[in-house]
Design a protein around this ligand. Structure first.
Ligand SMILES: [Zn+2]
Length: 115
């Protein structure tokens, strides 16, 4: 799952398509308008036999702040490899307080980092 996020960040289409299950894989993929990713948080994950679920939040930079994409993704394991099947997504914007941890994942306070 983390490897798929990394592939989004570096816009590695082949990797994304190769780890996408045949049943739901799109014929082509355009990443030209993908956001400027800043950080990834895995909120929850689990597996049950050859089915896996990952709940994550990916944070991206917008013009003057941060937005997020949250998804509960379903994975299936075939021949020992995990494939992405589908996901339920939601999106929103983040409004960090000046003393909150910066959404970029630096570990510093927002006011001392990206504010
Ligand atoms: Zn920051």
């Amino acid at each position: 799952m983390r490897s798929r996020y990394s592939a989004f960040v570096v816009r590695d289409k082949d990797y994304l398509l190769n780890t996408w299950h045949d049943s739901t894989c799109p014929p082509t993929l355009s990443l030209d308008d993908s956001p400027d990713w800043a950080a990834l948080q895995i909120l929850d994950s689990g597996e049950d036999g050859d089915r896996g679920q990952v709940h994550f939040r990916a944070i991206y930079r917008t013009g003057k702040g941060f937005g997020y994409l949250e998804e509960r993704s379903d994975f299936i394991r075939e021949n020992g490899c995990w494939f992405y099947v589908s996901g339920e997504t939601s999106e929103g914007s983040l409004k960090p307080g000046r003393n909150d941890a910066c959404p970029c994942g630096s570990g510093r306070k927002y006011k001392a980092c990206c504010a």
